[in-house]
Design a protein. Structure first.
Lengths: 176, 244
């Protein structure tokens, strides 16, 4: 896994910010790694694009302090496939296989932050699949939800919805 | 991290500012340039990064809600007080064996919702069919309860794919009346129950009556798809329940 990511990063060329190469856009991850991408890739990321537009393209180095250099290559990979029109079921299946539950969540948050509709939509399905048939407690942990019901309130709700609580899968504890 | 963004942007702005300053005398657009730097600064601050999925705004969470099975969707209502009403954001309702019972065929077989029976046409061929004795009442009750619990104000589409017939006439009529009141645009009643329908039994079809639409003044319906249903148009009525 680590090797894969680093090779991806190599192909994206890690470099010092170079203001003279105005053709490419430099995305700077939270841990200060610079990813050079084509402007078409930046277009896929609405947040980045509106940033560029507002400065009339004068700023081409965009800090993304919330996105780590671990997650950014996945986002870029997805955007590259998307503009190449190569988002197939096979690609998505392979893409998902590489991601653990934590990474799916991080990418979802990143996709929201960068405002990439297609990736957000795709990851929504991935999340839905990963919480399918899981217990309420599992979903709470997965989403980081604090249960603000009193035990009595919750018991009452569960009773009301008892007809829907058949056959819950065991939680996978490995990632929590 | 907010302070982080500010810092980096300030750094950029400074560098930028430094460069533009030297052109200041010859370039009348400098002020504009500075202004846009400022707006950018503000705009990036507006974009907030969240630490947890639960902190995301409703509109983003609704992306996930639309991908859940009906069963999982309903379960989100007891996650917390906020989530209690969130599932009402789901505007397309889709009821079939996978959404209501189990999400894969294997489990459906294991739990007895599906079984293999000899084909009506050729008894040596086994056909995978729905076990009506076990599942029919449960399915109908499930959809019924779901709609009763739902406090969705708008429902765009309503799809039922199950082996239903005239025995459930009143219940189904109630479902349709309810979704009409929620501004339904698309109704699919697929009562053949593909791919697990039973062709070995004679049955009376459900009667889909245009009367159901007469209660509401303006129908919002754009799409109607019926399978194994009879359409009933009331006499002396030239009303067609479609939005034109």
């Amino acid at each position: 896994m680590a090797e894969e990511v680093s090779s991806q990063m190599n192909s994206l060329s890690i470099s010092e910010t170079n203001p003279s190469s105005s053709a490419t856009i430099s995305l700077v991850s939270g841990d200060d790694i610079v990813f050079k991408v084509e402007p078409t890739i930046a277009k896929e990321m609405e947040t980045v694009q509106s940033f560029i537009d507002e400065t009339d393209g004068k700023i081409t180095t965009i800090p993304l302090p919330n996105i780590s250099s671990h997650d950014l290559p996945y986002v870029i990979e997805y955007c590259e496939k998307s503009i190449a029109g190569k988002i197939t079921k096979e690609f998505e299946a392979e893409f998902v296989k590489k991601l653990n539950n934590e990474e799916v969540k991080e990418l979802f948050l990143a996709a929201n932050y960068l405002n990439i509709k297609k990736l957000l939509d795709f990851l929504s399905q991935v999340i839905a699949d990963r919480i399918a048939n899981k217990s309420v407690e599992y979903v709470r942990r997965y989403f980081g939800i604090e249960n603000d019901f009193t035990p009595e309130e919750e018991a009452k709700l569960r009773e009301e919805l008892a007809w829907t609580f058949t056959g819950v899968d065991p939680d996978d504890e490995d990632e929590n | 991290f907010h302070s982080n963004i500010t810092l980096i942007l300030q750094r950029n702005a400074k560098r930028k500012g430094g460069r533009t300053m030297s052109d200041a005398t010859s370039n009348p657009n400098v002020e504009d340039g500075m202004k846009s730097n400022l707006t950018t600064h503000i705009n990036l601050k507006k974009v907030k990064m969240f630490d947890h999925i639960s902190q995301l705004p409703d509109c983003i969470l609704s992306y996930i809600l639309t991908k859940l099975s009906m069963k999982d969707l309903l379960k989100t209502s007891i996650l917390s007080k906020r989530w209690c009403n969130l599932w009402a954001l789901r505007r397309d309702l889709y009821f079939d064996v996978f959404n209501v019972f189990e999400n894969n065929e294997e489990e459906l077989l294991q739990k007895g919702y599906l079984f293999d029976i000899p084909s009506a046409h050729c008894f040596i061929i086994l056909e995978r069919s729905i076990n009506l004795e076990l599942s029919l009442d449960e399915f109908v009750r499930w959809v019924d309860q779901f709609l009763k619990h739902s406090n969705a104000t708008v429902i765009d589409s309503f799809l039922v794919n199950f082996y239903l017939n005239s025995q459930q006439q009143t219940t189904i009529d109630n479902w349709i009346s309810l979704v009409i009141k929620r501004g339904i645009q698309r109704i699919d009643l697929l009562f053949k129950g593909s791919p697990y329908g039973r062709c070995d039994r004679p049955r009376k079809y459900y009667k889909f009556s245009f009367n159901l639409f007469l209660e509401s003044n303006a129908s919002t319906l754009k799409h109607l798809s019926l399978e194994c249903c009879i359409i009933s148009i009331p006499p002396n009525c030239n009303f067609i329940p479609f939005k034109i």
